[in-house]
Design a protein around this ligand. Structure first.
Ligand code: ATP
Length: 233
């Protein structure tokens, strides 16, 4: 579904992705783990089109998309849930969700709204509340819901458990699993490597802008280097 080859990206003259290659197959959860500053968010932004690249290719369903604008990539079926949620604070929950369906304007967004309400019933109770007044957990549900409003086939999830209470982390992980069960393909960046590996099919370990290890999530989870460096075992 997604194929990234030899991707390079820089901030000014400082290159932070040094030729990253990865793929995500239909229906998979693939997780990208790595230390702070390894380049995970930069890679997610490069795939969604908000971070320029200096070399390499990005193919989505066999089409080269690396020159496409971010909104064209959303229209093609890629949605991103950004790190830190980035909801529109002054807009209501409902309007945040409706903005997520911008690429489908003119179409019927009713089924997508109904799906978000089914996944996150708590959002309906605060439908008219400004998003800035929501708790971190509610904002995370809203950010995921907003991304789903575009009816993506590939969801890019950047640190969805960040700053959440353990019970909410479990809920978010359960939602990610259920989205996979509904057929969505997911690329997941997580600081919480143990939780991410537990729900993922495959994993890539990013080390200062390069892929170090990659493989089945279970194998990566049992790799002594990963257990020591990322799982604290
Ligand atoms: P974290 O887990 O802390 O979010 P990350 O793996 O997502 O880290 P990135 O945020 O992609 O890493 O950062 C990769 C490198 O690029 C880091 O050295 C970071 O300092 C640098 N960087 C990130 N954003 C910018 C920016 N806007 N301008 C300059 N350098 C940046």
């Amino acid at each position: 579904m997604l194929s990234v080859e030899n991707l390079r990206s820089a901030y000014g003259r400082i290159e932070v992705l040094h030729g990253v290659t990865l793929r995500v197959d239909p229906g998979e959860i693939v997780t990208l783990i790595g230390a702070n500053g390894a380049g995970k968010t930069t890679l997610m932004h490069a795939i969604s089109g908000v971070q320029p690249i200096t070399a390499g290719t990005i193919r989505f369903e066999a089409q080269p998309i690396e020159r496409w604008s971010a909104h064209a990539r959303v229209g093609a079926g890629i949605s991103q849930v950004p790190e830190g949620r980035q909801v529109f604070d002054s807009l209501s929950v409902k309007d945040n969700l409706r903005l997520g369906a911008w690429s489908r304007r003119g179409g019927d967004v009713g089924p997508a709204l109904a799906r978000v309400c089914r996944l996150f019933p708590m959002l309906e109770a605060i439908w008219e509340a400004p998003a800035g007044t929501l708790s971190g957990g509610q904002q995370q549900m809203l950010a995921i819901g907003r991304a789903l409003m575009a009816e993506p086939r590939l969801l890019l999830l950047d640190e969805p458990s960040m700053g959440l209470a353990p019970k909410l982390v479990d809920h978010v992980l359960a939602v990610i699993r259920s989205l996979k069960d509904e057929g969505l393909t997911i690329l997941l960046v997580e600081q919480n490597a143990g939780a991410a590996l537990a729900i993922a099919d495959r994993a890539y370990v990013l080390e200062t802008g390069k892929v170090g290890l990659n493989g089945n999530a279970a194998d990566i989870q049992n790799d002594p280097r990963i257990r020591e460096a990322y799982l604290g075992i």
